[in-house]
Each structure stands twice: as C-alpha cells, then as structure tokens.
Unconditional design. Structure first.
Length: 570
C-alpha cells in the first residue's frame, strides 16, 4: 500500500486502528499542532527529526536509532593534522566547513551536504533550546555517535569519570570529558577521581570544551568555540593544581633598514616619526619603534620606545634614550655615532599574529613563571596548597614523576631501555602514592585526595581542581569557532538547498509537511474518547478536514518527488 492510499483510506475510515498504526509508521518529525511553529522551523529545507539520546544512540551502538544517526552523520570529514586526536580532526573539519560554506558546498556531494545540514540542525537545537547542563548531557551521545562503531556515552553507573569513549583505528580506547560553558569559565572536577583514573591504569583524559558566545540579557547564542587539551600521566603536573603561568611575547630576530621599516615593509618592525613625547602619524624629527615587552600576570603590553633623532638623512645614536632602546632590542648595526636610513640593522622583536605590522597583536606563548628557589616548579597557583599541600610538596611529587615516568623525545621515542609497560607501571605507582600515600617513599597522601575525615576521599567527592580559561587556551588547542546566529544558519540551509536538485528539497519538505498535517488530523478533538464520543465543534471539524485533505495532497507530491529524485540519482 503506497503512502497516498494509506492517508486517503484513513481519511475515509478514521476508526480503523490498523490503518492508524500504518500511517504513524510514516511519521518522521515530531507532531505539531501549531502552523506558526512549523513555519518558524522552515529553513528552506526541513530535515527529519534526529536526536541523540542517552540510551538509544549514546549507550547502545547497535540500536536502530544509532544506525540511523550514523547514516546521517557518516559523511562528515576529518580535518586537522595527522598527529591530532580523532575529536580534534572531526571538530576541526566541522568548523572549517562552516567557516566558508559557499566554497565547501560547491564541491560537496549530496550525502556530505545532508550530513553537515543535519549536524548544524541538531547542534543548534541543543545549544539554543537548552541550558548548559542539559545541552552538555545531550552533547555526550551526540559526539560519541559521530564516530560510530563502538564509540559510546559512558553510563554513570560504570563509575568512569569519562563522559564518552571513542574507538577509532589505531586508537582503541580514548576517554573524553566534555564540558559546555555559557562563557569562557573554569573547568573543574574531582581531584580524587582524576588521580584514581590514573592509579587504575588510565593513560590519559582528554577534555573537549564548548564555550558559548551569547548576549548578556537575552542569552542568545551567536557562536561557539571548541577547545581541547589532553592530560596524561606525564603532563598531569602541568594542569592540576599547577603553578602560576604567564603570557610572554614570542620573540624573533629581524633584519631591517629604517627606510623600509618606516614604509611598513618589514614584518614585525613598526616605526613611526614624532616628537620627544611620542610617535605621531607623520612628521617629526624623532623615530620611535613599537615593541612588545613581558608583563608578569598581565597580557602583553605594546610600548613605543624612542629609537633616535633624525639628522642629515640618518639618526643620532649618541642619545641616552637610543642606547637604552638598543640594549633592550639587542640592536646590531648601529655602533657608530650616526647611521643613515639604509644602514642594515637587526633586532630582537615580538613576532605578530598573521605576520602583520602597524599595530597587530603580538604572538604570545604561555609558560610557567620561574621558581623562587632551586628545585621548585615555580610559584604556587590557586589550587596548589589545597591539592598538594605546598609548592615544595608539589615539586617533590613532580620529581618522583621524573623518576617513574620517562618522557619521549620529539620523535615520540622513549629513552633506551625504557618501554611503554615500564612507564605505565611507573604511572600507576605514582598516582597510587598520590591517592593513598606511600610509607616506603616517605610520602603522605596528597591533601586533595583526603576526605573530610581521616580516610581517603570517596569516588565523586574530595577537593575540586580548577583549570582557568587562560590556562586551557594557553596550553590547549583552539579547534575553531562555529557561528550559529539565526541569519547564518538560515543562509547555510538556503545555500545548501541551492546546491541540491529541486526534487530532493521538495521531497524533504513535503515529508515534513505530511508529518505536520497528519499530526493536526490526529490531534483534533474529533473522534472517540475513553468516555464516549468527544465533542467536535464546527471549527474542529473544519480544521480536521483541512488537515486531512492537506495530508493527502502532501503524500501525492511526496511520492512524485521521491520517484523523480531517486530516479535522477540512479
């Protein structure tokens, strides 16, 4: 029995329950009673409802719902470098695709277009319709199912601190913790649970952070940025209860002449002319250079420093201000008392993002502040005392780490005589000692692993660790930003529809319309209720008749579109 026959038969014989069940099998989108609601969802092409739920999609990889989800999402590519994690590659591919949709849609196949449409449709729904907690809970099965196969959302009952586990070729088990934040805030968790994860043999815990960019009052989400960082047994002390870090400029050696730099033709060298008080846009006997200097605990500060006074086609280098600037910049080539504008010079300057000049932002690197005494990791941070007891004790644990876990070189190779098994056993010993203490080593349990009483903290309790946005942005990876304003989402759907054949767009839209009209037909007050015939007003009857006739028309147009689009793709 075809779809239009089913609808027409039911329309003529509404009490046939078998027909009702058959018609309901064709429902793809959720029922809606409101035409305005349907119109609001209309984005040129309307897609079937596909929601990643905890059990059917997240925790049951073999379920029919999961298979449908994987089918729809299976054409999303992988980006990033070969050495990047699977999640890094997947989310990089997504942000790159939506950053330039016109270019990517032009070359995309229909399956690829539909996959990216469905991703955007569901991701926007999660982020905009729910608060951060609920969205975070939905994000878990959604991301797990993106990878298909055995990848799954981890049920709470398992006692695993990972939210999902990803299984990809060559990487059989990757535990991941997911966070959705309403703003660039702290990432936190149980210190005890994390060290217990490593004490039981865990090798890493990867964190994926989604930070919303939203308006202050209405909380309208306009964009999200994805961040990633990976905590391993080796890098643990760089992340948890760590020392203070600072942002310093990335320096580089640059060759230049005053003439070329004044014209803006030297990357990283910014010169301007002015008077004794400072640089001006043009004119003036003095030449100033813009330089980035390190500022502890603050962002990079760009400062103008006097370079010299112009005299007879050159600059006078005997001035005190020049000698001070030359020392700061480690300037070479200006040893004589006066140099002309074409004298070759070299200086240590801050490198700029994008190679820009003329006020661009300097590239920054994030590094530990130096320790106040030999053997100390650095200056204690916000969590150092409550998690480790003191900077001295943290440094002692870090020293033990260096004994038990040997680092790899730049090529990823371990030192001679060291195996992965030895490092894994060393890590288990280290984190067991942090969790429980080790009398043989003379080390007490870390304070953050203790409960309120004398015993160790229980699972899910204990002191919380905190990782600041400055820290995960500085040491982690920025996977890109996905803009999801209403205009950008609608524009993407419209552009995608323009790149697909018309019959395919009609098919999906008529399927959605059919679902809406069947829903209105069934949800009318007319019919038989539990206590006898329901009241049916003339308006109800008219609305029901209109919806039933519209469903019949939708089914006929849908059948024609299916035949045309499918035959056209054979």
């Amino acid at each position: 029995m075809n779809i239009d026959t089913l609808v027409e038969s039911f329309y003529k014989k509404a009490n046939d329950e078998d027909l009702i069940n058959e018609v309901l099998q064709f429902l793809v989108q959720p029922l809606t009673e409101d035409k305005k609601g349907a119109a609001a969802r209309d984005r040129v092409i309307r897609l079937p409802n596909l929601m990643a739920t905890e059990i059917t999609v997240g925790q049951k990889p073999g379920s029919e719902e999961r298979k449908q989800f994987e089918l729809w999402m299976g054409n999303i590519g992988m980006g990033g470098g070969e050495d990047a994690s699977a999640v890094n590659q997947k989310l990089t591919a997504v942000t790159e695709f939506f950053a330039n949709p016109a270019q990517h849609l032009t070359n995309a196949t229909i399956p690829e277009t539909l996959s990216y449409l469905m991703f955007l449709n569901q991701f926007v729904y999660m982020l905009k319709e729910f608060n951060a907690s609920v969205a975070g809970f939905l994000w878990e099965p959604f991301l797990a199912a993106l990878f298909g196969g055995r990848s799954e959302q981890v049920p709470t009952s398992r006692g695993d601190i990972a939210d999902i586990r990803i299984y990809t070729p060559g990487h059989p088990d990757q535990p991941i913790s997911l966070k959705i934040l309403n703003e660039a805030g702290e990432v936190k968790g149980s210190f005890y649970d994390l060290i217990d994860h490593f004490a039981k043999g865990g090798t890493s815990m990867r964190y994926i952070i989604v930070v919303k960019d939203q308006s202050a009052i209405k909380k309208d989400v306009s964009a999200v940025t994805f961040y990633e960082f990976n905590i391993t047994a080796e890098s643990f002390f760089d992340w948890i209860g760590t020392v203070e870090h600072e942002e310093v400029a990335t320096m580089g050696r640059k060759k230049f002449t005053l003439e070329r730099a004044l014209k803006g033709n030297v990357d990283g060298i910014i010169l301007k002319t002015g008077d004794k008080t400072g640089p001006q846009q043009e004119g003036g006997p003095y030449i100033w250079i813009r330089h980035s200097e390190r500022s502890y605990g603050k962002k990079q500060a760009l400062k103008w420093r006097p370079l010299g006074r112009q005299e007879k086609g050159g600059i006078n280098t005997k001035l005190t201000a020049f000698r001070k600037t030359a020392e700061i910049l480690n300037l070479e080539g200006a040893e004589s008392g006066q140099i002309d504008l074409n004298t070759p010079l070299a200086a240590d300057v801050a490198l700029f993002k994008g190679g820009g000049v003329g006020g661009a932002t300097p590239k920054a690197k994030y590094q530990k502040e130096p320790g106040e005494a030999p053997g100390l990791l650095g200056i204690g941070g916000k969590d150092t005392k409550k998690l480790w007891g003191s900077i001295e004790k943290l440094s002692a644990w870090a020293a033990l780490r260096s004994e038990l876990i040997k680092p790899r070189d730049e090529e990823g190779k371990l030192p001679p005589g060291v195996s992965d098994k030895m490092n894994k056993e060393g890590a288990k010993k280290l984190f067991t000692a942090i969790r429980d203490g080790d009398p043989e080593l003379g080390l007490e349990r870390a304070p953050g692993a203790s409960g309120k009483g004398k015993g160790k903290a229980e699972e899910g309790s204990g002191t919380q660790f905190h990782i600041s946005p400055k820290h995960y942005k500085g040491l982690g990876a920025d996977l890109g930003t996905l803009r999801i304003t209403e205009k950008e989402v609608v524009d993407f759907f419209r552009l995608a529809a323009e790149n697909m054949n018309e019959e395919l767009v009609v098919m999906f839209n008529k399927l959605a319309d059919l679902n809406d009209n069947i829903g209105r037909f069934f949800l009318s007050s007319c019919g038989t209720g539990a206590d006898g015939p329901a009241q049916c007003t003339p308006d109800d009857a008219a609305n029901r008749t209109e919806a039933g006739q519209a469903a019949i028309n939708d089914s006929k147009e849908l059948e024609a579109a299916v035949v045309s689009s499918v035959s056209g793709m054979k």
